[in-house]
Design a protein around this ligand. Structure first.
Ligand SMILES: [Zn+2]
Length: 402
């Protein structure tokens, strides 16, 4: 069975490198939800996907949680929620853009299953049929551990020139619009957190660049999936002075209203903050990235040392932002500064904050986020906070050197 599976993966990848790039970019394949389905079949699972045209694709398994992943060149997934999904063995289905030029479908399995057959039939459009059969946990884990082919590894964040040494040039700010692509984040009334945060990040970038005192880099410029780890790498490659992750999540429990600033801590402020951080990890994991634990002892000690220096700077940054948002008369949460274990904030030496501009679970927060004037005021407030912090930080750093 294993030999066959490897053959399936190899075959599908061969298709990936096939067509010329001109063809690939010509059009988006569309899903036909009426002709697509996920069903239980015997002890296994059957997936049928009907697309408007053939595209390069591949299938692979990932563990923890157990997932089947199908990657395609540019598929428009609209209507996915109308596809028949009657399987009792699939606990979650999600799809969207995964990286530029690629779309991903993820099915979370509630039991170990491996690929029995995978094919794309072409004629009028294309029909993907995938059959999974039960496997042992060990059998699944072996399949999931197959390495990615080298051509599939994430590209390095290229083309970002490192910043000038601290204090000598503009402040390098890396803005990180949360979620994107296959992971839309919170959704409400047709609005997604991913789209709203990209909009705000662009507007904030404009305000900061116009100010003249900032150099700004976005971790994503479009509706595409960027793993949490890659967001940190982009900040590092850019020589960021500040990393600001932008979110507007939905919180189930309690009334969460107003802008909230989160700093990194292993001890979350409360249950809601902990749940928020965990959900971000899970979104990343489901989308196909496994964060590897950094447990090398030397690295940990070095990180702790860097963090000891950075922590007071982060605390002052959080305070400066809180004061400037408050001074602008913008709605803040009743506990405006909180702590949680967000992976994206784990750079030991770059002051990093996560700003929830509001919560999509609150109707009034959504209304504010959709208001151009409100967003413009918020962008100015963030600029003022960054400015005030940078001045204070430079003064304190000069004092320390004396
Ligand atoms: Zn979020």
């Amino acid at each position: 069975m294993r030999a066959f599976l490897v053959a399936v993966v190899a075959l599908v990848l061969a298709v990936v490198s096939g067509p010329s790039s001109a063809q690939e970019l010509s059009a988006l394949a569309r899903l036909d939800p009426a002709q697509s389905a996920i069903r239980d079949e015997g002890e296994g699972l059957a997936l049928t996907l009907t697309l408007s045209q053939p595209v390069p694709w591949r299938v692979r398994l990932l563990d923890d949680p157990r997932r089947v992943i199908l990657d395609f060149r540019e598929v428009d997934w609209s209507g996915l929620d109308r596809m028949a999904e009657t399987s009792t063995r699939v606990t979650e289905v999600r799809a969207g853009s995964f990286r530029p030029g690629w779309s991903r479908l993820v099915m979370v399995l509630d039991a170990p299953m491996v690929v029995q057959s995978a094919a794309m039939g072409t004629g009028q459009g294309a029909v993907v049929t995938l059959r999974l059969m039960p496997a042992t946990p060990k059998g699944f884990a072996e399949q999931a551990a197959l390495p990615e082919p080298p051509e599939w590894t994430l590209p390095d964040p290229a083309g970002i020139a490192p910043a000038a040494p601290r204090g000598t040039g503009p402040l390098t700010v890396v803005l990180d619009p949360g979620h994107g692509g296959i992971d839309p984040g919170a959704e409400r009334d047709g609005h997604s957190e991913a789209a709203l945060m990209l909009l705000f990040a662009r507007e904030l970038k404009e305000v900061l660049v116009r100010d003249g005192g900032f150099r700004v880099i976005l971790t994503r410029e479009e509706d595409t999936f960027v793993p949490l780890e890659a967001r940190i790498s982009i900040a590092r490659a850019a020589g960021a002075d500040v990393f600001l992750s932008l979110h507007a999540d939905a919180l189930a429990e309690g009334e969460a209203v107003g802008a909230t600033i989160y700093t990194l801590s292993e001890d979350a402020s409360d249950e809601a903050a902990r749940a928020l951080a965990e959900r971000h990890e899970r979104d990343d994991l489901l989308s196909g990235v496994d964060l590897s634990e950094q447990d090398d002892l030397v690295a940990t000690v070095l990180m702790d040392m860097a963090r000891t220096e950075t922590q007071p700077r982060i605390d002052r940054l959080a305070l400066a932002l809180r004061q400037s948002i408050d001074a602008a008369g913008l709605k803040m949460h009743r506990h405006p500064i909180q702590q949680a274990g967000f992976s994206v904030l784990k750079s030991p030496d770059i002051p990093s904050l996560l700003l929830e501009l509001g919560f999509l679970s609150s109707a009034s927060d959504l209304e504010r986020l959709l208001d151009d004037d409100w967003r413009a005021k918020m962008a100015l407030a963030v600029r003022d906070g960054l400015r005030a912090w940078a001045a204070e930080d430079a003064a304190l750093s000069a004092l320390r050197k004396e």
